[in-house]
Design a protein around this ligand. Structure first.
Ligand code: C6P
Length: 404
């Protein structure tokens, strides 16, 4: 059982007010808040051992290198990667996906097919469209139904020996749908295609096991799992990471450089050119430590309770429609009230201290599918409470009465 009162004391930001009202932070799908334990790790890094890594023989550099590599191992263990060098530090999911999309330029040819799902974030659409433009490959889309679930029979029909790559999020950021990625991966492997799972929205709620899933690539952003912005990882199976060329050239990713020829460093350094976000990587490990100490099963159970409660309370509001009612969902509620523009509701909610995201959520194809300009998205975390749901519901009612 989660002790939410105790947990909330770990998050200094939750004590602040916004527009004279206590902050009710329900924009966790955009970025999670940071517990003091992670803030302390960041302060400790800059106060005590800030140095460049893998380069110096001096004590600070050694210490920073050790902590950074320990964080890599923590992340490896959390996602059950077989090898620590299958975990590549990046600046986040967008960077991770672009490493793979660019790498596949040399492995994809004209007429090959790439499949994405209809409910992807732009980060998991645009890099593949760019890859198709470069190579002449064809992009196919797994359709979804009105409940916000992928139509798997259509996916199976799309698969053929032309299919080379599949891209699908584990959890949709705009709808909260948990996709059946194991089935998607297994079917892709039967036709010899590789699969990248965008885990950005799953990582805060589900402890993914990349070996059990048999994912070829899995991407994560630190800032959604109690860590800092500008950090994240790309997990890739060793065989795939060895096949892909480096994404960026520069320091630290080389074995040997001459003007005639450069050879590349082994994994993971081949994909980690330049000075990385050292503190960010270490703090990402601390964020996972914090969440693991609470327990992912406990987090999922508690957030499910919040989801059920909030869904019931919001649906009691006349004219409120929820987009995304999949059987498997994380605690994300995307909604509109009558014809009121989501931005107008979001602005009034903000005046009442309630932080939600409004708009297309970087997933315009989903909004086009529902023929709406956007939604109001309330996304919950393990530090939210039922009392905060009540504040949200009262605020939506007030917004409705003012705008209708
Ligand atoms: N979604 C949201 O409000 P970055 O920005 O690289 O850390 O993550 C991009 C990204 C990729 N995939 C999914 C499924 C995502 O949800 C996100 C980020 C945030 O929904 C900010 S746009």
């Amino acid at each position: 059982m989660i002790d939410v009162t105790k947990i909330r004391k770990d998050f200094p930001i939750l004590k602040r007010e916004v527009n004279g009202k206590p902050l009710v932070y329900l924009d966790n799908a955009a970025t999670s808040q940071t517990p003091q334990q992670v803030i302390d790790v960041i302060v400790d890094y800059y106060s005590n051992y800030n140095a460049n890594i893998h380069r110096g023989v001096h004590a600070l550099s050694q210490e920073a290198t050790d902590k950074y590599e320990q964080a890599r191992i923590k992340i490896q263990k959390h996602f059950n990667a077989a090898k620590s060098y299958e975990v590549i530090f990046t600046s986040g999911t967008t960077h991770s996906i672009n490493i793979v999309a660019n790498g596949f330029s040399s492995l994809i040819k004209k007429g090959d097919e790439i499949i994405v799902s209809a409910m992807e974030h732009h980060s998991n659409i645009v890099p593949w469209q760019m890859l198709c433009e470069r190579t002449g490959a064809i992009l196919r889309v797994i359709p979804m139904n009105l409940d916000g679930e992928l139509i798997l029979s259509a996916y199976h029909e799309l698969l053929s020996d032309k299919t080379k790559l599949i891209f699908c999020n584990h959890v949709s950021n705009a709808l909260g749908t948990v996709n059946p990625i194991k089935e998607i991966i297994d079917a892709a492997h039967k036709v010899g295609a590789a699969v990248l799972i965008d885990g950005a929205q799953a990582a805060p709620h589900i402890k993914a096991d990349v070996q059990a899933l048999n994912a070829d690539f899995y991407t994560v952003s630190a800032h959604k799992i109690c860590g800092p912005t500008g950090a994240g990882v790309l997990y890739g199976k060793e065989e795939w990471l060895n096949k892909l060329p480096p994404y960026q050239g520069g320091g630290e990713m080389i074995a040997e450089v001459t003007f005639e020829k450069t050879t590349y460093a082994d994994l993971p350094h081949k994909f980690e050119a330049g000075t990385p976000n050292i503190c960010g990587g270490i703090a990402m490990g601390a964020g996972l430590d914090y969440m693991n100490a609470i327990g992912f099963d406990e987090i999922a159970a508690y957030e499910h309770e919040l989801l059920e409660y909030a869904t019931e309370e919001l649906l009691a509001i006349d004219g409120l429609k929820i987009y995304g009612i999949a059987k498997e969902k994380t605690a994300v509620i995307s909604f509109n009230v009558g014809e009121i523009h989501p931005y107008d509701i979001g602005s009034i909610l903000d005046k009442l201290g309630v932080a939600v995201r409004t708009g297309h959520h970087c997933a315009q194809p989903i909004m086009d599918f529902y023929k709406i300009p956007g939604t109001v998205r309330a996304s919950f975390s393990f530090y939210n409470t039922k009392e905060e749901v009540d504040v949200l519901v009262a605020a939506v009612k007030k917004a409705k009465s003012m705008l209708e």
